[in-house]
Design a protein around this ligand. Structure first.
Ligand code: G3P
Length: 215
């Protein structure tokens, strides 16, 4: 399972890219708003770092024509841009048009398996179930990801599943176990995955013991 960073913070992107931890970056309007910089500048910087992986950028329009216009403009910025379109009926129209033009599209804010099926039929390259936000409303986000995996496999659908709104390492292991293609998450979750106090203690113990070795 690939790991993408759900962030527009350039320092975080550099940090996790240099660790080999991430192979893509996802953003949304809320994530962009945290950086206090112009969207174009942020996107430009991200695409300069992520030269070999997809960079996801979301449209703001809520009507199909507006989404199509924004999607085309985003796709022109760099060959690795993936256009994020929300899973609403107008969004599906935009997906059909953009996908037919060869633009890579991710249908985002997916809360049901039926939205994922429609997105795949419209031509989406990715669908993004919002795992953590389903948990937030008392449902089971992992079950939705598993349902979509099962349906796509049963139907031979090749649209990739990118689990989003991932909140903790248990989400990550369960998503990997069920075979989703990508999980996108904040840097905090990657830090949690990469750090184990027992490993730290063991390494410190080795160094302490090394002091006893005659020099
Ligand atoms: O990629 C979607 C994601 O940014 C939503 O995450 O944590 O705001 O629910 P969250």
């Amino acid at each position: 399972m690939k790991i993408f960073l759900d962030s527009a913070n350039i320092n975080d992107i550099k940090k996790f890219y240099s660790m080999g931890a991430i192979s893509g970056v996802t953003t949304n309007p809320s994530i962009i708003s945290r950086e206090n910089r112009k969207f174009e500048d942020i996107l430009n910087d991200i695409t300069l770092i992520m030269v070999d992986g997809p960079v996801f950028a979301e449209v703001l329009a809520l009507d199909a024509d507006g989404m199509i216009e924004e999607g085309r403009a985003l796709a022109k910025k760099s060959p690795n841009i993936v256009v994020k379109i929300p899973a609403i009926p107008e969004g599906l129209k935009a997906v059909k048009t953009l996908a037919a033009e060869g633009i890579t599209v991710c249908v985002t804010v997916v809360y049901s398996a039926t939205q994922a099926i429609l997105a795949a039929n419209a031509g989406a390259s990715y669908v993004a179930p919002f795992v953590g936000r389903l948990d937030d409303i008392g449902e089971n986000g992992l079950n939705l990801a598993a349902d979509i995996r099962e349906i796509f496999d049963a139907q031979g659908i090749t649209t990739k599943i990118i689990a989003a709104s991932v909140r903790h390492p248990v989400h990550v292991t369960e998503l990997a176990r069920m075979g989703v293609d990508v999980a996108t998450m904040p840097g905090k979750v990657i830090d949690q995955m990469a750090t184990n106090p027992n490993t730290q203690r063991a390494v410190e113990g080795f160094l302490k013991d090394w002091e006893k070795v005659p020099k």
